[in-house]
Design a protein around this ligand. Structure first.
Ligand code: COA
Length: 329
């Protein structure tokens, strides 16, 4: 049975920075409130010309460069996103196949909101372990700011745009195994906690929907907060158990970057010290499915990670969806 080795990581964010002070000029909020309630200071926001594909291809090229492979060496592309360039088709995966110059390999998108990376990683793991594909490009990318009502202070302060990518490869050596365990879930009964109500087949966009701003993200912030703190430690504990590891074995905690208070709560429960808890939401805000691989790329490139380190990654988001991955570097 082939094992899965991580050969390269990459990421991309748009150039445009929006600070809390910039937001003070747009909605009734202030820098202190945003910092204290979320931990966010700035976020990166795509301009009109920049799309999900633009960030995805940049992150992909960075990951490919690090891996030493070319686009034509890849035999599958898996993308997690809920904000593709086109609402129905073509998929971001198909666009990337052409963009990186890959052969006519399979390429597709997964929709699991902010848990997208965990879902995509577990899919890549399954395809490689099953022996079906040998070298997979995984890209988690979102441009949620394109679906934000910039007059809604309960959502516009939270989100940013970004992409994270990885090149994963089959290996015959068990020591190369990077993906030790997963735990993934969904609960559609919580669909209304975080939703874009119109623009799909249930409620197409019309004048009335636009008047009610239903084409934008609607969120019950405290409801999502409660859900997140309920599931993340449970999910990580399950994944650690599946990997035959304990909390004490975690080298780095890489949680979905949504809110510093959610991260602090989980870190306290897991008894982690601050140097084990990886954070970049102060700079980027919540980049949805990109947040975990964007952070992994950052700590990989700044040489934080050593071979054998155990990364405990946990994601949660709309759906509801949530899940964890235990990664051995
Ligand atoms: N600036 C200033 N005040 C704000 C504000 C803002 N941007 N947003 C809300 N407030 C106000 C509210 O109106 C409320 O005022 P009131 O007490 O006079 O009614 C007060 O602050 C508290 O609001 P509440 O919504 O209870 O705040 P909170 O502490 O729950 O923080 C979130 C709000 C959104 C930051 C927090 O709930 C959160 O992060 N939830 C999780 C969201 C998330 O992670 N979503 C993505 C999941 S992938």
């Amino acid at each position: 049975m082939p094992y899965v080795s991580i050969k390269g990581t990459g990421s991309a964010v748009p150039d445009n920075i929006i600070s809390n002070h910039d937001l003070e000029k747009m909605v009734a909020t202030n820098d202190q409130w945003i910092r204290e309630r979320t931990g966010i200071i700035t976020r990166r926001v795509c301009d009109e010309k920049t799309s999900t594909f633009d960030l995805a291809i940049e992150a992909s090229k960075n990951a490919l460069d690090m891996s030493g492979y070319k686009g034509s060496d890849i035999d599958m592309i898996i993308v997690s996103t809920t904000t593709p360039d086109y609402p129905l088709f073509p998929s971001t995966g198909a666009l990337l196949q052409n963009g990186i110059g890959a052969d006519n390999i399979p390429a597709f998108d997964i929709s699991a909101a902010c848990t997208g990376y965990i879902y995509a990683l577990s899919s890549a793991y399954s395809f490689i372990h099953a022996g079906m594909y040998k070298r997979i490009l995984l890209v988690s990318v979102d441009c949620l700011t394109k679906f934000i009502d910039w007059t809604d202070r309960s959502t516009c302060i939270l989100f940013g745009d970004g992409a994270g990518a990885m090149v994963l490869e089959a290996s015959d050596n068990p020591d190369d195994e990077s993906l030790l365990a997963f735990d993934i879930h969904s609960d559609g009964s919580g669909k209304d906690l975080l939703i874009v109500p119109s623009g799909g087949t249930k409620t197409p966009i019309n004048e009335n929907e636009i008047k009610n701003k239903n084409q934008y993200i609607k969120m019950d912030g405290p409801g999502v907060f409660k859900f997140a703190v309920n599931v993340i430690v449970k999910s990580l504990t399950t994944a650690l158990h599946k990997a035959s590891l304990k909390k004490e074995d975690i080298s780095y905690f890489v949680p979905h970057q949504a809110n510093l208070r959610i991260i602090d709560y989980a870190a306290k429960k897991l008894k982690l010290s601050s140097d084990q808890v990886m954070i970049n939401l102060d700079k980027y805000g919540n980049t949805s499915s990109a947040s975990i691989p964007l952070l992994i790329d950052e700590i990989n490139r700044n040489n934080t990670l050593k071979k054998g380190d155990i990364i405990a990654a946990v994601g949660f988001g709309a759906g509801l969806t949530w899940g964890s991955a235990i990664i051995r570097w």
